[in-house]
Write a protein that binds this ligand. Structure first.
Ligand code: ZN
Length: 203
């Protein structure tokens, strides 16, 4: 079973690898990710947020499971143009209860493969632009808590500390593997498929 991992899980700092094959395994994974996205009431989810070290993310800007026509999948995305900048509040499913202002490009151009294997070019602004930049950052191991101003960082620190303690407790109880094992598994995972989910190593 895939699940959304929270800060400070090492998958969130992992620079993801390109997807090399768009196959049924990937399509199944994407389906599971949409289920997780809706359950968490989010609008976007990157593969490394479910501990899969590959460059793709999903969006449904409506967050409405009934609007399947608004589901979008972006594989190996590359932002080719950034225009102007704008600051607005963002949250992240891997950073529960944390909301911070993040400066983003106002408009972007980007390209990505879709699930049918077509390379598509997009122009994005407003929420679409912000979401694509947020998810693209994930694929490079970046989070909204990076580059916070000192004052905001100080306000956020107790919540981050709480997440760190929860994570350490999960590792201590054997619910999660050690960071070393997780990173080893991320590095050796060959392709995104639902059966390739990191399980704690016994002992
Ligand atoms: Zn996020």
């Amino acid at each position: 079973m895939l699940q959304i991992v929270s800060y400070p899980h090492p998958a969130l700092r992992y620079v993801s690898r390109p997807v090399t094959e768009i196959d049924d395994g990937l399509r199944e994974t994407v389906k599971s990710m949409f289920e997780l996205l809706y359950a968490a009431k989010g609008i976007g989810l990157a593969a490394n947020q479910v501990s899969l070290p590959f460059r793709f993310f999903i969006l449904n800007l409506t967050a409405d499971p009934a609007q399947t026509d608004k589901e979008q999948v972006f594989i190996n995305p590359v932002i080719t143009k950034r225009h102007l900048s704008i600051e607005d509040e963002e949250g992240c499913l891997s950073l529960p209860e944390i909301h911070v202002d993040v400066k983003r490009a106002r408009k972007i151009k980007f390209q990505a493969y879709d699930l049918a294997g077509n390379l598509v070019e997009y122009e994005a602004d407003e929420l679409f632009s912000r979401a694509v930049q947020h998810e693209s950052d994930h694929l490079d191991g970046r989070l909204i808590i990076d580059n916070l101003e000192p004052l905001i960082l100080r306000e956020t620190a107790p919540k981050l500390r709480e997440l760190e303690l929860t994570y350490q407790r999960a590792q201590a109880s054997g619910e999660l593997s050690s960071n070393e094992d997780i990173v080893k598994q991320l590095a050796t995972m060959k392709r995104p498929s639902p059966d390739l989910v990191i399980e704690p190593t016994p002992g």
